[in-house]
Design a protein around this ligand. Structure first.
Ligand code: FMN
Length: 203
């Protein structure tokens, strides 16, 4: 068990957010297995308040890129407070999102604020954000384990995803997971992670 826990840590510490993707195709079975893994996540009252919309179509990816870049332009040029921009500067991000067209998959994760049963009656969901956040963690780790890179992308606001992907208004876009292989030139920013002494306390 000690060995397995260490090996899992060694695997996961190699995950990094990638912002430069290759066009190299990825078998859809890998994406399906990763989504099935996400679907095993613990969640409030087992109501599974999530939906994963997988985009492969070049046309839909183009529409998502255009809409995301419009929001991101407003974010970087007007909406974002200076303090936030200062924090983003070392990551080198800006309003240009070519990876939204180059990556073979965009997985749009939706959080269902409530469900609708077969009689059309609303069903309250519990701990929606916590549940969907945990499912996204499972999804990211499953894709990483399969040898794929991801970028957790949150163009703000993301309401355009409901229109483009035809999702109902009770589903809120949670994040967009850009998925594929890194390009040969991909670089990641030099960052550090918290050390054990600030990461955890043992009582
Ligand atoms: C909820 C969330 C939203 C994020 N949104 C963006 C984003 O819109 N654009 C981006 O380039 N990175 C985004 N990131 C990626 C973070 O910048 C990245 O995870 C962080 O810098 C740590 O780097 P690492 O993932 O390589 O460890 C987001 C991450 C999370 C968890």
């Amino acid at each position: 068990m000690k060995q397995r826990s260490k090996e899992y840590y060694e695997l996961m510490k190699r995950r990094r957010s990638v912002r430069d993707f290759s066009k190299r195709p990825v078998p859809v079975e890998i994406i399906k297995h990763a989504i099935r893994t996400a679907g095993t996540a613990p969640n409030g009252a087992n109501l599974q308040p999530w939906h994963f919309a997988v985009v492969q179509s070049a046309d839909i990816k183009k529409r998502i890129r255009e809409a995301a870049e419009e929001e991101e332009k407003a974010f970087y040029n007007d909406r974002a407070p200076d303090e936030w921009l200062d924090k983003l500067a070392p990551l080198g991000t800006d309003e240009h999102k070519p990876f939204l067209e180059t990556a073979p998959y965009l997985i749009a994760v939706f959080a269902q604020s409530y469900g609708v049963d077969k009689h059309g009656k609303k069903q309250k969901h519990y701990y929606v954000k916590e549940s969907v956040g945990i499912a996204c963690g499972f999804l990211i780790s499953a894709l990483h384990n399969a040898g794929l890179a991801t970028l957790t992308h949150t163009p703000s606001p993301m309401g355009f995803l409901n229109d483009i992907l035809n999702r109902p208004s009770y589903e809120r876009p949670f994040l967009l997971l850009v998925t594929g292989y890194p390009s040969d030139e991909a670089k990641v920013p030099l960052i550090t992670k918290k050390s054990m002494s600030s990461l955890a306390t043992f009582h």
